[in-house]
Design a protein. Structure first.
Lengths: 356, 562, 202
């Protein structure tokens, strides 16, 4: 395209800019979600400051490039050399010094916000152990009695991700152990994440602390690639008043399912699970009779066994954390083929044949 | 159009074309082998990108299962970085650096050939995982414990480790070659501060490769030992540390990204002055900035690890922000080169200007990530994916295309068609921004990276679809480029020694050069030896003090249409 | 441009850089290669120190295993002596003494092979393997890769010996011997660092 006047060159440039304006407008305002914790507000403010600084530099430099392309275009037939300027020491010193100062300012404001984010309160309102494992979360509410048996535990399945209920307005401490690989505890509306790192017997897992400022439900997701089902490792945080939270906690703590009585002479199928594998992918049971699955989990993860036919769940055993054993009382199945599956790890499947 | 060489096709003895290319130790042929091989891997990894973007266009798993998706993004990243971008820049360096130095070849020609041939072997090994139960699928960063045998069984990851070790060895051997060549084989008169900027960037890049890559090799071997010999390096349950892997990886990984960008910056620093008809503003400052970036690059690695909870945040945050200063200096130098110049918007110039615009965005998003508190929100989201593509693709790949259009005439004797080049550029530029700019917003609103699927309720669908459209536009833009290359080989416009009115020595010999590179060298008194020859009276700084100004010295040189 | 306008340039003799006073190009290459190897061992040492620092409790071989300090000290003596013999060989060829070169290079090679055999003997008696916890892994990886580098050096020495026996070296032309000698000293220095770190500092 040949332009002879500066105006038509400018017009050509504007036409070229249209696709970028469209992209830019559709791409959104470049602002994070509205912050829902106290420190998230600080981070939001810092982010805006950095974005504005970057925006000014962007407009300045990009604007200059556009200007230069328009203004300094070589005219056809012009063989004259432009002034051959090799450098200018004073200018170069200035444009080295000013960015250095800007960088220092950036570092200072950044450190101030970082200290706010990393501050730890002497006494958090709630302490939750959020354990990550392939590919689910388990939330255990720690109380001060050092007795894990009466802690409230929230388990999740692929179909029903776990919900961490918390009171607003109080510091919440989250402890982040991993049972296997590195995961990451990320809540976009809190503008924060922290890696969930396996640390071995003698190590200390990471911790995170925040104070939620508004009631609501906030989604979270694993943010460190952890294998096959990384994309499905979601959870939610539900923030409510202290009163409602206490109410929920009382119910959650006492909710121990009574052990069902075993039918006499029932067939006992032994099944175990570790990692993301069952010990077998085929079980034979007598048709028309209730039977027992003696289910052993040999690693530290959550598993269960559910029985399905055609995608419909006929029986779902209690999800529990290994290592340990539970006996599932499974109701009678008419003759035919069924599927069994771990609802925490839907890749773990097998076939049940109920026969004569 | 006068050629300057005595016998462009002088060979020591005749042999078949195939055998010649397979056994060559000529840096020019090896450079072309590097470039062609790299483009094959570029297309392979590009197809993987299309696969990824097709799956992510709308929520739900339409084409792939999770396992295939995870292999796709792992292979995409690994191949793009190790088998495309580093080798293709190495290929241009291989071809051009000896010419720019006025040297007849590299210091160690046979090791040069070995460096090249290790690449297709390494690349095929990495890909061969697909034939043995699945390629590596843990991300190009291969974090532990995910890459331990327990969580990633099968030979795919082992083949990845071995392939990368070979590729790393090739890089290290190449870096030794470049450093030795640059220090020992410069033409008389070419002091270090008269070398072209491209050579400086290749020198610093080579030093980074020399010092950083072996650390990565150590890590790869350690992981191989963990996976296959019961080693305990990275398994926390037996006394190892997964964070150690990240330290080893990123101690290499961060210099690696400067290895990827510095030669592209060098290309831009050659192209902008030629097509502005002015020298690069602030040559010395540029050299110091390049060396400064090289040194600083070893001090910032843990900014990739801010969210692990195991690094000393203030130090790494400070050093990362600091590295923006020499980068900014370079930007100002480039801008001042354009200032009051006379710009010709040829295709190489368009790609160089595109580099400036896109790398600016990538650099600014990087500065945002340098703040740990902000990084806590943005790490491992699509914001990082946007950032890395703006610097790798908007930066290095634009630099690669600038180099391709700029030096194609030198390598083949023919100029690529400008019309098709401009079509390629605009499709590429628009497609690139359409594909990657929306990713900033996706990450800011919380979409994590390396996910095969996402929730339809998250509000991420439109931006993902836009991004997929952009990816296909980039793919489409390759067609005018390929058609251009083929058509130019068949019947393209012939180029003489110096079709662009270049400044540096590669333009002082025929296109393509003879095997021995130069019959004669011009006098070297500045970083623009050819500029003086053409425009002797142009500027005092380019003119040697001891040359009398006689009319017959005023030589009009036109090596072909500008 | 016509060829007349270009200044005729005298190219320097092949194999030598532009600066006659500088290092010969093959030595530059070897020094750069050694720099990369320093970084390689640096990565392995970093893993060792990281594991050691993070290790709760005493740092020692696993149950039933024990480090053989006297044997390691003997190996150290062998390798350090071999550096001396290597340097004597370099001095010999610098003054044109072909016989001396062959003798000293041969002796260096013998000492190098002795070192390797001693290392293998040590491995066979240690009582723990590379898969036996973090101590075993780091021990075998570090000493094993060092041994591999000694082996590479032994191959280089063999080639030097063969070429020396054919009379290929002279005062003016023996840069390969210098290069191999630098490599050999490097391998020795790495061993001293290893010995100090693993056996003395523990």
């Amino acid at each position: 395209m040949r332009f002879t006047t500066a105006r038509s060159r400018l017009w050509g440039l504007l036409r070229a800019a249209i696709p970028f304006l469209i992209i830019g407008l559709l791409s959104g305002c470049l602002l994070p979600p509205e912050p829902k914790t106290e420190t998230a507000k600080d981070v939001f403010g810092l982010y805006v400051a950095v974005l504005v600084m970057g925006g000014i530099v962007f407009l300045g430099v990009e604007g200059f490039i556009v200007y230069a392309v328009v203004r300094y275009r070589r005219k056809p037939g012009d063989d004259q050399l432009p002034p051959q300027v090799h450098g200018n020491t004073m200018v170069e010193i200035i444009w080295t010094a000013i960015p250095t100062v800007i960088v220092l300012i950036l570092f200072v404001i950044s450190t101030i916000t970082l200290n706010a984010v990393e501050a730890r309160s002497a006494k958090p309102g709630v302490t939750v152990e959020a354990t990550g494992f392939q590919w689910q979360w388990r939330f255990r509410y720690l109380d001060s009695d050092n007795n894990p048996k009466n802690d409230a535990v929230v388990n999740g399945t692929a179909a029903n991700p776990p919900v961490m209920r918390l009171p607003v307005g109080e510091p919440i401490r989250v402890i982040l152990p991993s049972l296997d690989v590195i995961h990451s505890f990320f809540v976009p509306q809190f503008l924060i994440k922290r890696d969930v790192v396996p640390v071995g017997e003698n190590g200390t897992p990471n911790e995170l602390e925040f104070t939620i400022s508004e009631e609501g439900t906030y989604t979270g997701q694993c943010a460190e690639f952890c294998g096959l089902q990384h994309a499905n490792m979601t959870f939610a945080i539900q923030a409510m008043t202290r009163a409602k939270y206490d109410q929920w906690l009382k119910v959650a703590k006492s909710g121990a399912t009574p052990a069902p009585s075993a039918a006499p002479n029932a067939t006992v199928i032994k099944l175990s699970a570790t990692g993301t594998k069952f010990s077998t992918d085929r079980i034979q049971v007598p048709a028309g009779q209730p039977f027992v699955i003696r289910f052993e989990i040999t690693d530290g993860q959550n598993h269960n066994v559910a029985v399905l036919k055609g995608g419909q769940v006929l029986f779902a055993g209690e999800i529990f954390q290994g290592p340990g054993v539970r006996e599932y009382q499974v109701p009678a199945l008419p003759a035919g083929e069924y599927q069994f599956q771990c609802q925490v790890h839907p890749v773990m499947t097998g076939t049940i044949v109920a026969g004569p | 159009m006068a050629t300057t060489t005595l016998n462009p096709r002088a060979e020591t003895y005749q042999r078949s074309w195939v055998l010649d290319w397979l056994t060559t130790v000529d840096h020019k042929k090896i450079g072309i082998l590097y470039i062609v091989n790299s483009f094959f891997f570029f297309f392979a990894a590009g197809i993987l990108a299309l696969v990824i973007r097709s799956e992510l266009a709308v929520p739900g798993l339409q084409f792939l299962d999770e396992a295939t998706y995870n292999q796709a993004f792992t292979m995409h990243g690994t191949i793009m970085i190790f088998l495309f971008i580093v080798p293709v820049l190495s290929g241009f360096a291989n071809y051009i650096v000896p010419l720019m130095l006025g040297a007849p070849d590299m210091a160690f020609p046979r090791i040069n050939a070995l460096s090249f041939w290790l690449l297709p072997v390494g690349g095929l090994l990495i890909f061969s995982g697909y034939l043995f139960g699945g390629a590596a699928a843990e991300g190009w960063t291969g974090y532990n414990p995910l890459t331990q045998a327990k969580y990633s069984p099968g030979p795919g990851t082992d083949l990845w480790l071995i392939g990368l070790t070979l590729v790393g060895t090739a890089s290290i051997l190449g870096s030794i070659n470049f450093i030795a060549t640059i220090f020992k084989m410069r033409a008389p008169g070419m002091t270090l501060f008269r070398m072209p900027i491209f050579v400086w960037t290749v020198l610093v890049t080579a030093v980074l490769i020399l010092l950083a890559t072996p650390v990565f090799t150590a890590g790869l071997i350690a992981l191989f030992i963990d996976r296959n010999y019961g080693g305990s390096f990275f398994d926390p349950n037996v006394g190892g540390s997964p964070i150690l892997w990240q330290h080893i990886f990123w101690f290499f990984g961060h210099p690696e990204v400067y290895i990827v960008i510095l030669p592209a910056m060098g290309v831009v620093s050659e192209v902008l002055p030629v097509f502005s008809r002015k020298p690069l503003f602030g040559y010395r400052a540029f050299v110091f900035a390049t060396v400064g970036i090289g040194l600083l690059s070893f001090s910032v690695w843990a900014h990739h690890m801010f969210t692990t909870g195991f690094v000393f945040l203030p130090f790494f945050s400070f050093m990362t922000a600091l590295i923006a200063v020499p980068t900014g200096v370079k930007f100002f130098n480039w801008m001042a080169t354009l200032w009051r110049g006379k710009l010709s918007l040829t295709t190489p110039m368009l790609f160089a200007l595109g580099f400036l615009s896109m790398f600016l965005i990538g650099g600014l998003s990087g500065v945002m990530l340098s703040s740990p508190a902000v990084d806590f929100h943005l790490q491992d989201t699509y914001f990082v994916v946007a950032h890395l593509h703006y610097v790798f693709f908007g930066g290095s790949v634009f630099g690669v295309f600038a180099a391709t259009y700029y030096w194609f005439p030198k390598m083949t004797g023919r100029k690529l068609n400008e019309g098709l080049g401009k079509v390629h550029f605009w499709m590429h530029f628009i497609g690139f921004n359409l594909a990657f700019f929306p990713m900033h917003q996706l990450g800011i609103s919380g979409m994590p990276r390396r996910v095969a699927d996402y929730s339809p309720d998250a509000g991420w669908t439109i931006l993902n679809s836009m991004s997929t459209a952009g990816a296909f536009l980039i793919a489409a833009s390759i067609f005018p480029f390929l058609i251009n290359v083929v058509a130019t080989f068949i019947n393209g416009e012939r180029a003489g020694d110096d079709p662009w009115e270049g400044n540096t020595l590669e333009w002082a010999t025929s296109s393509p050069p003879p095997p021995y590179n130069f019959d004669r060298l011009p006098p070297i008194h500045s970083e623009r030896p050819l500029f003086f020859l053409t425009h002797g009276h142009g500027h005092a700084a380019d003119r040697p003090a001891d040359v009398d100004e006689k009319p017959e010295d005023d030589v009009q040189r036109r090596g072909g249409a500008a | 441009m016509t060829t007349a306008e270009l200044q005729r340039v005298e190219l320097p003799p092949p194999g030598r850089g532009r600066h006659e006073a500088g290092l010969p190009t093959p030595l530059v290459g070897m020094l750069l290669f050694i720099a990369s190897e320093v970084m390689f061992f640096g990565g392995l040492f970093a893993a060792y120190f990281n594991a050691r620092a993070a290790h709760a409790g005493a740092w020692h071989p696993p149950e039933g295993g024990e480090l053989d300090m006297p044997l390691a000290a003997v190996l150290t003596a062998i390798l350090v002596s071999s550096s001396f013999t290597m340097q004597f060989g370099v001095a010999a060829i610098r003054r044109g003494d072909q016989r001396g070169l062959r003798m000293w290079v041969g002796l260096t090679l013998v000492l190098g092979v002795l070192f390797l055999l001693g290392q293998l003997y040590d491995y066979s008696r240690l009582g723990f393997g590379i898969g036996d916890g973090i101590f075993g892994t780091t021990f075998y990886t570090l000493t094993g890769f060092h041994g591999a580098h000694v082996f590479g050096g032994a191959v280089g020495l063999t080639i030097m010996l063969a070429r020396a026996l054919q009379g290929q070296f002279s005062t003016a032309n023996h840069v390969a011997v210098e290069a191999v000698s630098i490599y050999w000293h490097f391998v020795d220095v790495v061993w001293i660092a290893l010995f100090t770190t693993i056996y003395i500092l523990r």
